[in-house]
Design a protein around this ligand. Structure first.
Ligand code: 5AD
Ligand code: SF4
Length: 439
């Protein structure tokens, strides 16, 4: 029986793709192992969004070379965005890789397994499909018991916005919207398999447009009647396409998780223009104001890039001002990382690395204050969390997520283990989240 080791880097899109690939391999009779030295086939699903992501993948490939040398007949497959971006370079940088499949090549996956002698064509008798862990994580066996509670459902693939910093349109190709029937039936399947939270996924879910004229707001209304979805959420949105219709549709949903991710990227119009983001900061904040008005109590999260080519101190301060005003409950802040082949990589002047780091730390400090205030507002409340599994740092405790997506840590015992939902009385707030006891 063919044993597969699979490790996933990068975004939720990659996690969803890995699940799909793993399911295909499983249906052909493969099983999964947590140790690459035991694997007949090693699969890395890779990310190319920033240089750091790439460095991690090449570092891992260096380690895996040793396993390959010990088992020369094992196979190493690299999938994902880096496989697409570094198709040529990888042959010289990591010649021990046996095959590359970019995100648009997954239709060839079964054929490849066939070529590698995997031909069982039926899952192991009596076995149920267990998802391999998303990351190489020593706690994965424990977490697998809870992985089915959250399901990722792709609604679009690709992106054609071509923000000037971004590699994704080159690696994932043009936008495609998946048929609503297929989306609905996947949601029903996941609910049947025990999912409590459904996350609709796309590089820009707001650009969903099906041939029949169905847009994202329409899709939300269409799936709202599916029974058994306790939490419905989605990732990620583009402020240009995120409009009042979507907010109105969200306000009608009985089960929407009260959170919204809306990447701002910068608070300066000059930088937003360089990024080709197609909105001004005033337009962005106007959309946020409508969102706050209609969806009171929701959490707003964002992505920000600092140190963009041409970003001046005054530009940067505009970003800092928006964050300091407490606009976001949480923000993911990145130093600009040039991606070869994208327009921003050759814009001048580039911001020196040390300056990028200074700006990154300043925005992070401002956001931490806002995040902490948000977390402190829960002290004394009882919150319902969806179980993630035993805490990675402390096996005597469990971790779960609130509807706002805040991490909560609480004691691990018979009242909290193997439960999808737990009500926790919050007594402590931290930058990273909350802790409490069973209510
Ligand atoms: N450098 C830094 N951050 C980037 N992102 C995308 N491309 C880059 C880049 N070249 C960030 C954006 C995006 C998030 C997923 O990653 O903020 O929203
Ligand atoms: Fe996901 Fe983008 Fe990384 Fe590809 S490059 S894995 S789409 S974050």
């Amino acid at each position: 029986m063919t044993q597969i080791y699979m490790q996933t880097f990068g975004c939720q899109m990659n996690v969803a793709d890995s699940n799909g690939l793993a399911h295909q391999a499983w249906s052909m009779g493969c099983t999964f192992v947590a140790d690459p030295s035991l694997a007949d086939i090693v699969i890395l699903n890779t990310c190319a969004i920033r240089e750091k992501a790439e460095t991690r993948v090449y570092g891992r490939l260096g380690q895996l070379k040793v396993f390959k040398e010990a088992r020369p007949d094992s196979k190493l497959l690299v999938c994902g965005c880096l496989a697409e971006k570094d198709r040529e370079i990888m042959r010289s940088k990591a010649p021990w890789v046996d095959a590359l499949l970019g995100p648009r090549d997954y239709r060839q996956f079964k054929q490849l397994l066939d070529r590698w002698g995997v031909a069982t064509d039926s899952p192991p008798a009596g076995a149920i499909f267990t998802m391999p862990s998303a990351e190489d994580d020593p706690g994965q066996d424990l977490h697998q018991a809870y992985a089915h509670l959250r399901a990722l459902v792709n609604i679009t693939r690709g992106c054609e916005k071509f923000c000037t910093y971004c590699i994704v349109p080159y690696t994932r190709g043009p936008l495609e919207s998946i048929d609503p029937e297929e989306i609905e039936s996947q949601i029903r399947r996941e609910v049947k398999a025990g999912a409590k939270e459904i996350m609709l996924l796309g590089q820009n879910v707001n650009s969903y447009l099906h041939g029949s004229g169905l847009d994202f707001a329409g899709l939300l209304r269409r799936i709202k009647s599916i029974e058994g979805v306790d939490r419905l959420t989605f990732l990620t949105s583009h402020p240009k396409d995120f409009d009042r219709c979507v907010v109105d549709a969200l306000a009608e949903l009985p089960n929407a998780a009260p959170r919204m991710h809306l990447p701002m990227q910068s608070g300066s119009n000059a930088v937003l223009e360089k990024m080709a983001r197609l909105y001004t900061i005033e337009e962005y904040l106007e959309k946020v104001a409508y969102f706050r008005e209609r969806l009171a109590g929701w959490a707003l999260t964002t992505d920000i890039i600092v140190g963009y080519p041409t970003e001046t101190e005054a530009d940067f301060e505009k970003t800092l001002d928006v964050v300091s005003a407490g606009t976001f409950e949480q923000a993911f802040i990145f130093a600009y990382s040039p991606r070869a082949g994208t327009p921003a990589a050759t814009m001048t002047p580039q911001v020196p690395q040390a300056e990028k780091i200074r700006r990154l730390q300043a925005v992070n400090a401002a956001q931490n204050e806002a995040t902490r205030r948000f977390h402190e507002s829960f002290i004394g409340d009882t919150v319902r969390v969806l179980t993630q599994g035993p805490s990675k740092k402390d096996a005597a405790r469990m971790a779960g997520k609130t509807g706002h997506n805040v991490t909560v840590i609480y004691p691990r015992d018979e009242r909290t283990e193997h439960r999808p939902f737990v009500d926790v009385a919050i007594d402590q707030a931290y930058n990273w989240g909350l802790s409490g006891i069973v209510a």
